[in-house]
Design a binder for this molecule. Structure first.
Ligand SMILES: Nc1ncnc2c1ncn2[C@@H]1O[C@H](COP(=O)(O)OP(=O)(O)OP(=O)(O)O)[C@@H](O)[C@H]1O
Ligand SMILES: [Mg+2]
Length: 672
């Protein structure tokens, strides 16, 4: 069991957890959610011992074995398989023990103890699953989307995203009691994602996973921990359930707050009206007490909603660029170039919004990188329109940030590099203002980028891109790391962008909302894709089938343990969304009904109260006017008349106030 009691957790001046109390039971599958920068990764640092609590108590069973994905990019020439096998730390330990026992035994073959130790080492190793370690590792590697021929390739021959997948496989290889996964889906495509879901559903230990992906969380978690405003709240359900419960909670809190505010206003009015009246002073006094004793319902803290926009491009060349009979691919050191795409003939026109589709490894990023001038074409030409200004966003861009510099320094550098044409809008104050519009306010503009959260870094890269005022946006998986609200803001900004957009994303909602035509990268070519995303989904399934058939025909030498059900065939995880949706809605409906009933009951009373209020106001005014008149020297009959009127008014006001008080008490009683 993991327990946090009143835990306080800080990062320099920032308090990320303040009095967090929560329990996680063995075997629970927990989703840890919250906005970018809320402190999710920091909480992981507490769990894995990287950080100490600044207050309160944190405890976890000492003997628990912990597995987590290393965050560094592996640099080794070890084969993919060996690298992943080594993730089984117990196995590695036992192998070392065996080697030591073998050495000892070889040194003195007659030593009975050494012989015994050797025998033990063998059995321990067998118990730890030595015999099938390799096929187990390979099943993980293949499941995460690698090809059979890649199993023995050196780790450093893979691109960054793929090496991070190997890190994930290595963590899954490790037998563990607690598995910590920090945004594991960021480097995965749809196939691998579905495979990972299936794997995690079978995982027997305790798991905590951080993710901004609703569908993934729903598939693999049954408890949700939410960090917000330094509070940690546990919800007994997956993400959708959590959203429902939270919506209900917020609604109730909002309703309770509104109700209380109304009551406070009412009491205050009563007090103001009667505090000076000796006859009613007691009632007024008791209400003053009631006000003082009232436990206040907190108002909802409005989430600082984040929006941004792309500036109108200074110019928009048309065509943006033209690719003629080009081949794209990689230049290799000791081998002929690796050609990925051939006969590419494409024009990109002003204002086009192109979604680039294609299964993993087909060359989407190669295409985008070549257009972004990160790599050259192997053959043919890429002709750019005059004044083309590319805004390129790729996951690796996060590495382009300087960990030691802060956001302000990044902006200053950018402004300087862009030259004098931008100088007018690059005073420090301008840059601070600009960063502020991207939610980097106050101290954060001076925080070294190396200490920022993943989502904060991605937001900074976005900000820097916007500042360059591009006319062609090339976005390669821009939503990784971003929380849902920021994704939403990006989608809105992209929709309003006036230049040309080329987007690679596995976020189907984003593709759907911002692209109106698609290119398909596959089988070595780039073509128009004639259809929508649903057609594409079908295409992917067919393509997966074709790949499997091809693999079968090629009859690979004894295939290692088969990867669990290929994505296409994996059973769709049961959708708990509908059920929970139904529950939540019913509950919300009930409480809305109750509120309405109460409102019905008090409505006539309120109406009468309002009219009394109005009459009291006018009677009060008449009374003051009369009193003012009586203060003047007047002829006797007029004095008598005014005096009579004043008396009548006084009686009326007294009666109205009496009624006002009765009504108030009735409303208070009904509302309670
Ligand atoms: N060493 C540090 N000094 C100052 N601030 C820090 C430091 N480390 C982290 N922070 C800040 O603490 C906050 C929490 O960071 P953390 O990485 O835990 O967020 P997160 O919830 O994982 O966010 P994301 O969803 O973006 O990954 C962030 O605002 C981050 O900038
Ligand atoms: Mg994080």
């Amino acid at each position: 069991m993991i327990t946090l009691k009143n835990v306080i957790l800080r990062r320099s001046a920032k308090v990320l957890l303040d009095g967090a109390t929560v329990t996680i039971n063995p075997g629970e599958k927990v989703g840890l959610v919250g906005r970018n920068g809320a402190g999710k990764s920091t909480l992981f640092a507490l769990l894995n011992g990287g950080l100490h609590e600044d207050g309160g108590d944190f405890s976890m069973p000492r003997q628990w074995r912990l597995a987590q994905v290393a965050q560094n990019m592996p640099e080794t020439s070890e084969s993919a398989t060996d690298f992943v096998v080594a993730g089984d730390t117990r196995l590695v330990e036992l192998r070392e023990q065996l080697a030591a026992a073998e050495t000892a035994h070889a040194a003195d073959p007659d030593d009975a103890d050494a012989g015994m130790a050797l025998a033990h080492a063998y059995t321990d190793l067998a118990d730890a699953g030595e015999h099938d370690a390799v096929p187990r590792a390979q099943a993980l590697i293949l499941g995460l989307g690698f090809k059979v021929h890649e199993l023995d390739q050196p780790v450093d021959s893979f691109s960054g995203g793929w090496r991070m997948r190997l890190q994930l496989a290595r963590a899954l290889m490790c037998p563990s009691d607690l598995l910590l996964l920090d945004e594991p889906t960021n480097h995965l495509d749809l196939d691998a994602l579905v495979w990972l879901e299936a794997w995690l559903q079978r995982y027997a230990g305790t798991m905590i996973v951080i993710s901004h992906d609703r569908e993934f969380l729903d598939a693999v978690t049954d408890v949700t921990l939410h960090i917000e405003h330094a509070k940690l709240t546990r919800y007994g359900g997956n993400y959708s359930k959590f959203e429902d419960m939270r919506a209900l909670q917020l609604e109730q809190q909002q309703a309770a707050f509104a109700k209380q505010q109304e009551k406070i206003a009412h009491l205050q009015k009563f007090i103001d009206r009667f505090k000076a009246k000796a006859s009613k002073a007691k009632q007024a006094q008791s209400r003053v007490k009631a006000l003082e004793r009232m436990e206040r319902v907190a108002p909802l803290l409005a989430e600082a909603d984040f929006t941004f926009e792309f500036k109108e491009p200074a110019n928009i060349p048309n065509p943006m660029l033209t690719v003629s009979d080009a081949s794209f691919g990689y230049v290799q050191e000791d081998a002929p170039p690796k050609v990925i795409l051939t006969h590419v003939n494409r024009s990109v026109l002003a204002g086009q919004r192109i979604g680039i589709l294609g299964a993993n490894g087909q060359g989407k990023s190669t295409l985008v990188k070549t257009i972004a001038r990160e790599m050259g074409a192997l053959a043919g030409t890429v002709t750019e329109g005059k004044g083309l200004n590319i805004g390129y966003f790729a996951q690796q861009e996060l590495d382009v940030l300087h960990p030691g510099s802060n956001p302000l320094e990044h902006m200053v550098r950018l402004a300087r590099d862009l030259g004098p044409q931008s100088r007018e809008r690059s005073t420090e104050q301008d840059l601070r203002g600009f960063l502020g519009s991207f939610n980097f306010s106050g101290d954060m503009v001076k925080q070294p980028v190396g200490t920022m959260s993943g989502g904060e870094k991605a937001r900074l890269v976005l900000a820097m891109m916007v500042w360059q005022r591009p006319n062609l946006l090339l976005l390669d998986e821009p939503t990784n790391h971003l929380d849902l609200a920021t994704r939403e803001a990006l989608a809105v900004a992209l929709n309003e962008f006036e230049g040309t957009l080329m987007l690679v994303s596995h976020d189907r909602a984003l593709l759907r909302s911002v692209c109106d035509e698609f290119w398909l990268v596959g089988r070595g070519a780039v073509k128009d894709f004639d259809g929508d995303l649903d057609d594409y989904q079908r295409y992917l399934l067919d393509e997966a089938k074709r790949q499997r058939e091809l693999a079968k025909q090629a009859a690979e030498p004894p295939a290692p343990a088969p990867a669990p059900a290929p994505a296409a065939a994996a059973p769709a995880p049961a959708s708990p969304r509908q059920a929970s949706d139904g529950d939540g809605r019913a509950q919300r409906q009930r409480s809305a009904q109750e509120r309405q009933q109460r409102a019905e009951q008090t409505r006539p009373l309120r109406k009468e109260l309002a009219s009394i209020d109005a009459r009291l106001a006018s009677a009060g005014a008449e009374k003051s006017a009369l009193e003012a008149r009586l203060a003047q020297p007047l002829p006797a009959p007029e004095i008598a008349d005014a005096g009579r009127k004043l008396k009548l008014l006084g009686d009326e006001i007294e009666a109205l106030e009496e009624r006002w008080m009765t009504l108030s008490e009735q409303i208070e009683a009904l509302a309670a």
